[in-house]
Design a protein. Structure first.
Length: 324
């Protein structure tokens, strides 16, 4: 495979992407990993911002394992790892066809046709990845969303000249995935338990679908299977199981519901035995522009990060009690 000097980064835009939080996440990694080989596991990989950051900045990673419940996203990761040149050729051809459309209406018709193919036709893995990336680059706000039947249903995005095929990023990502020999899984987050290193260090980063901040914000999954409070508690139980294993450190991101509603202490309650604090983030993916912008998110860890303070971002009120 041809080497590239480009930096590996997400090849797709994904709800909850961690690109602008990477420096804060990196600051809160467990000190126990410093300079020591470890296995990196990401059960909800999404767009992969944290994955590519970890692979670049932490060469001590001995093995990486990623998982996602979205089979089309996982297919794209596998194609990029194993068949990047073929993907670039097909995606570039699709990009040229789209650009040849001479009006917004023509582009919209092309988009809707591609969406129908993606939803209805049997495709090989390369074409499946090709259409996923194309739709992501040309749909409204870069969303991925499925209806109750599992069909992609995001409307046309009306972008004038979007970058659809970024060959340098695809090649850089492929190189990173192969260099670390990343294992790519498609299934429930709990299946990653079988891939932990029983004799060494492990770091697990959880970035599940976020819990809605209020009752009108209903989005809590990007596939037809809803990630509701029952699933959040199942994830908590899984993290507790990991906590009982020697050499397993984990960090989890989620929404800061109590910042919006002080009475909604869902996460403070279910993760009361762990370390919780707030970080500032910017959310760009929202159908309502007034709901985009700065807000706080929670970082929850089963270890005490360096410089950790159990205080809210603004009022310095203790967030929870240490029981470790």
């Amino acid at each position: 495979m041809k080497r590239t000097e480009a930096t590996a980064k997400p090849f797709i835009k994904w709800a909850g992407g961690k690109g602008q939080l990477l420096s804060q996440l990196d600051e809160h990694l467990p000190q126990q990993l410093d300079g020591r080989p470890f296995t990196y596991v990401e059960p909800f990989v999404g767009g992969g911002a944290m994955l590519f950051h970890m692979l670049k900045k932490h060469p001590e990673i001995r093995r990486a394992v990623i998982n996602d419940i979205n089979e089309y996203l996982v297919t794209a990761y596998r194609v990029i790892k194993e068949q990047p040149q073929e993907l670039i050729e097909r995606l570039s051809a699709l990009e040229r066809q789209y650009y040849a459309s001479d009006s917004e209406e023509a582009k919209k018709a092309f988009y809707l046709g591609a969406r129908e193919i993606f939803n209805e036709e049997k495709l090989d893995d390369i074409d499946r990845a090709k259409y996923l990336i194309f739709l992501n680059r040309t749909c409204f706000n870069g969303l991925y969303r499925e209806n109750a039947k599992g069909k992609f249903n995001v409307p046309f995005g009306r972008y004038l000249h979007p970058t659809i095929c970024n060959a340098e990023t695809i090649l850089a990502d492929s190189e990173a995935l192969n260099r670390a020999n990343v294992t790519i899984l498609n299934g429930d987050f709990s299946e990653t338990l079988n891939y932990l290193d029983e004799n060494g260090m492990n770091f697990v980063y959880f970035d599940p679908p976020y819990r809605p901040l209020n009752t009108t914000s209903s989005f809590n999954s990007y596939v037809k299977e809803e990630f509701n409070d029952k699933e959040q508690i199942r994830l908590r139980n899984f993290s507790q199981e990991l906590n009982g294993r020697l050499g397993v450190y984990w960090m989890l991101s989620n929404s800061d519901c109590s910042a919006k509603n002080p009475e909604d202490t869902f996460f403070e309650t279910i993760y009361n035995d762990f370390y919780i604090h707030r970080v500032f983030a910017s959310r760009a993916i929202n159908a309502n522009p007034t709901k985009r912008g700065k807000l706080t998110e929670l970082l929850i860890c089963n270890y005490m990060p360096e410089g950790y303070g159990l205080y809210a971002a603004e009022d310095r009120t203790p967030l929870n009690k240490i029981k470790k």
